[in-house]
Ligand binder design. Structure first.
Ligand code: NAP
Length: 246
């Protein structure tokens, strides 16, 4: 596991948006960030999932989060602008952005992958992530120590057969991370890095590996050290890096 121990209050006062915050790794990151003092904006497709995470955070007595139902598959450009305007009005800036939401799509030889399925995965995993990054960048630049964290995968670092559009979308994720990191290096305090979570006990993992014993993988809560490290002040100056959670 990534070797980092976060101090209490590490993220005090920070405003952090997490995509796919309703379940899986995103929900664990949202709960973990609030437990370390951040105000978290919970963005996801399914409102009921977001509401459940909201209730858990409230019951724990951590800073009150905001719920943002937002479908990355269907959102239009004006909806990204409205989202940024709402965040600016309510919070005035953004200190962290965790790009976590993804879909896996069909795992099949490329020869048999329909164009429709390829484009759907690329739209949710790449196009929407670009739109969100670009729209929220002015708000991140208002922070004195902003961090953008991208979620990759081992199949986004070395191509693997039958992973379809998903693996390709994760290569694009690394590309977006590196390009942003290089553009902002030394001209802005905004840093940009990626995490490969590694096999983690979630519904996506169960979908990809139905025959596997889920207990063989760590829970989302167990892989949080690198998520805390990259979102907090201890990673100041770390930019353009591809890290592993495990
Ligand atoms: P998951 O359990 O399937 O959760 C996916 C999340 O993405 C859900 O919160 C879901 O929201 C959200 N999402 C999907 N489509 C969306 C859309 N159109 N609009 C808004 N939100 C949408 O996945 P996970 O295992 O936690 O994975 C989290 C990240 O880690 C992903 O980027 C994944 O590629 C990466 N990863 C995971 C593993 C692993 O072993 N689990 C390994 C390597 C990389 P709803 O709840 O609304 O559906």
């Amino acid at each position: 596991m990534f070797d980092y121990s976060a101090r209490p209050g590490l993220l005090d006062g920070r405003i952090i948006l997490v995509t796919g915050a309703g379940r899986g790794i995103g929900a664990a990151a949202a709960r973990t960030y609030t437990a370390h003092g951040a105000t978290v904006l919970l963005l996801g497709k399914t409102e009921a999932n977001l509401a459940q995470v909201y209730d858990q955070i409230e019951a724990a007595g951590h800073p009150q989060p905001a719920v943002i139902p937002f479908d990355l598959e269907t959102a239009l450009p004006h909806q990204y602008d409205e989202l940024a305007a709402m965040i600016e009005k309510e919070f005035g800036r953004l200190d962290g952005l965790l790009h976590n939401a993804s879909i896996i799509g069909p795992r099949t030889p490329l020869e048999q992958l329909s164009g429709e399925n390829f484009m759907r995965v690329m739209h949710v995993n790449v196009n929407a992530m670009f739109m969100l990054t670009q729209t929220l960048l002015p708000l991140l630049k208002l922070s004195s120590d902003a961090s953008v964290v991208f979620t990759s995968s081992s199949v986004g670092r070395k191509g693997r057969a039958y992973w379809g559009a998903y693996g390709i979308s994760k290569f694009a994720t690394e590309g977006l991370m590196q390009t942003l990191a290089d553009e902002l290096d030394e001209v802005s305090p905004v840093r940009s890095n990626s995490i490969n979570p590694g096999g983690t006990r979630t519904s996506m993992r169960a979908q990809a590996y139905p025959a596997e014993n889920p207990l063989d993988n760590p829970t989302p809560e167990e892989i949080m050290p690198v998520y805390l490290y990259l979102m907090g002040p201890d990673s100041r100056g770390v930019n353009g890096q591809a890290l592993n959670a495990q």
